[in-house]
Design a protein. Structure first.
Length: 314
């Protein structure tokens, strides 16, 4: 069963991921790092098809070729172009997916940006919150009919796994400052804006369970992983860049190790829906805001109001 405390579970993807035969998987941020490695591991277990979501066509196809070289019997891996900072892009991608697939068993919301300069997305949201939370929330909303149709099938096991972060601890003391979500939020530091977006990821997965209990939704912290995520840090956060590099050098884990928590959350029968997990399968370690029912509901309601007119134009 999932661990409640400091003891990490043992999880070997080769042995512990069950058969994924017939399943359809979609993962954002699939061209590198944790997303690419997760798709590689999923591909070893016989799914029907995997959709690799990324912004760069060249990087996506490079990742697909690399995965197929390592897993010769991999299922079809399809590139789905998407910019999570653009609702137009997300709608077009969701349309492409739903026109070609009538099921979705695992939705891995893996992509993200960290500590970038102040800015906004195409739709006017603070850029880290808009990309990390709003983009994934819209994608989930547009794919919900497919997720729910799949969940209604006998013996289904539909998962939504959201990458949060232990950096949710850097969110404002209030948790979410709603007046900072639709502007550049320059009164907040870049790490505070990042922490707020990652707290939003955890709260969204928690509240998704309340509205759609037929889905197993969870949020996870992958650990301090040596990925290229730090490349998005702004030059103004040079102290943080140095701290990040030093920390990853001493206590960081490699990418295959970093994927274990999200692979576990996407496939294990031990997952309790709505829970935030640190590696591997450790519940109860998030700051109090990750379990704040009222804040989760407020964020959900705010997000739903923002997205109420968003739909796929068929």
């Amino acid at each position: 069963m999932a661990s409640s405390g400091s003891k990490s579970l043992q999880f070997n993807p080769d042995k512990d991921i069950p058969s994924l035969e017939g399943k359809v998987i979609l993962g954002t941020g699939g061209s590198s790092g944790l997303g690419k490695q997760s798709i590689l591991e999923f591909s070893k277990h016989g799914p029907k098809e995997i959709w690799l979501v990324a912004r760069s066509k060249a990087k996506a196809h490079g990742a697909i070729d690399d995965i197929k070289a390592q897993v010769p019997n991999a299922p079809p891996i399809k590139f789905l172009p998407m910019d999570l900072g653009s609702f137009v892009s997300i709608r077009e991608s969701a349309k492409t997916f739903t026109q070609q697939s009538d099921r979705l068993d695992i939705l891995l919301l893996n992509a993200g940006i960290m500590s970038v300069p102040a800015g906004t997305t195409d739709d006017g949201y603070e850029i880290q919150f808009g990309t990390n939370h709003m983009g994934h929330a819209l994608l989930t909303k547009l794919l919900l009919p497919t997720l729910l149709t799949t969940a209604a099938e006998p013996k289904s096991d539909v998962r939504v796994t959201v990458l949060a972060s232990s950096a949710h601890r850097y969110a404002p003391a209030e948790g979410i400052l709603f007046d900072t979500l639709k502007n550049r939020a320059e009164r907040l530091s870049t790490i505070t804006r990042y922490g707020q977006s990652k707290l939003a990821n955890a709260l969204y997965a928690k509240e998704l369970t309340q509205h759609y209990p037929q889905l197993t939704s969870s949020s996870i912290q992958p650990g301090l992983v040596t990925t290229n995520l730090a490349n998005t840090m702004s030059d103004s956060s040079w102290i943080m860049r140095i701290a990040w590099k030093v920390a990853t050098a001493f206590i960081g884990v490699d990418v295959p190790t970093g994927t274990l928590n999200q692979l576990w959350a996407s496939t294990s029968k031990e997952v309790v829906s709505g829970t935030y997990y640190e590696p591997i399968g450790r519940a109860g370690l998030g700051k109090p805001h990750t379990n704040d029912d009222a804040l989760a509901k407020r964020l959900w309601d705010w997000t739903e109001k923002e997205l109420k007119d968003e739909r796929i134009d068929m």
